[in-house]
Design a protein around this ligand. Structure first.
Ligand SMILES: [Zn+2]
Length: 256
């Protein structure tokens, strides 16, 4: 399995000769307004894509959408992704995608099989308490294919029972976490911070953990350097923080 971290939560996955794209967000640097009520007023995204959109979409067999907030599926992606593309989404986003003109939208209720790839939807909490309710439903996905490492894309969630359950139930070999500790001026963070990442690392000591959703959106305040410093300080060995465009390879034989 190869992963290419593109930017923010956009990740390209090669598994079982198929290519999947998670949460396409294609806007150019500073093309979008800042998130309001945040600690800064920087326009989004904070950085440009590391490769051209055409290269990102090249060979993509299907898209996974964890939820439809604009930092995960923006107007540029809506216009650039061919309308015939196979999209897997949470039930709550199906109608919106159909209304946008996408023709091959499959909502994953619990799990489905697609070309011998097992796709399992997982839950999450986009924050805590009332704020999580306001943020709306979010999902993650687990991908399993024979002979390939299993992958858990957690999506926009903080550490919560749903994440723990996904780890305990499916023992994924590789886990992608959305870090950045996104937050508003008031309220708790709505994506993972260092403590959440540590808790995932402790719950999944044999998994390779990859942290994305960093340094690209104005209310994501936790930096790569802060995560890397925490990893070193606490001797955490199974967490990686890729740069935009970085490719990671996982071979089942090397993981076990
Ligand atoms: Zn997000």
């Amino acid at each position: 399995m190869h992963l290419q971290h593109i930017r923010h939560s956009t990740v390209k996955i090669n598994v079982n000769q198929f290519t999947f794209l998670v949460d396409p967000m294609f806007s150019s640097k500073e093309e979008l307004e800042p998130v309001a009520n945040a600690a800064n007023t920087l326009k989004n995204p904070l950085v440009d894509l590391p490769i051209p959109i055409e290269g990102i979409l090249n060979n993509v067999d299907a898209i996974f959408l964890t939820h439809s907030h604009r930092d995960h599926f923006d107007d540029k992606a809506i216009s650039k992704v061919p309308k015939s593309t196979q999209i897997f989404c949470q039930p709550e986003d199906r109608l919106k995608l159909l209304e946008l003109g996408f023709k091959n939208v499959v909502q994953v209720n619990d799990q489905i099989e697609w070309n011998k790839v097992n796709i399992i939807r997982t839950g999450g909490q986009h924050g805590t308490g009332e704020l999580a309710k306001q943020m709306g439903p979010v999902s993650g996905f687990i991908l399993k294919a024979v002979g390939e490492p299993s992958l858990y894309v957690a999506g926009d969630t903080v550490w919560c029972d749903e994440v723990l359950n996904a780890i305990k139930t499916y023992s994924p070999n590789v886990i992608i976490l959305n870090g950045g500790e996104a937050r508003y001026l008031t309220g708790d963070p709505i994506t993972m911070g260092n403590k959440d990442i540590e808790l995932v690392s402790m719950a999944a000591p044999n998994s390779e953990i990859v942290v994305v959703h960093l340094e690209a959106w104005n209310h994501c305040l936790l930096s790569r350097a802060e995560i890397n410093n925490n990893i070193i300080t606490n001797g955490i060995e199974n967490v990686k923080v890729p740069l935009n465009g970085e490719i990671l390879n996982y071979d089942l034989k090397l993981i076990y």
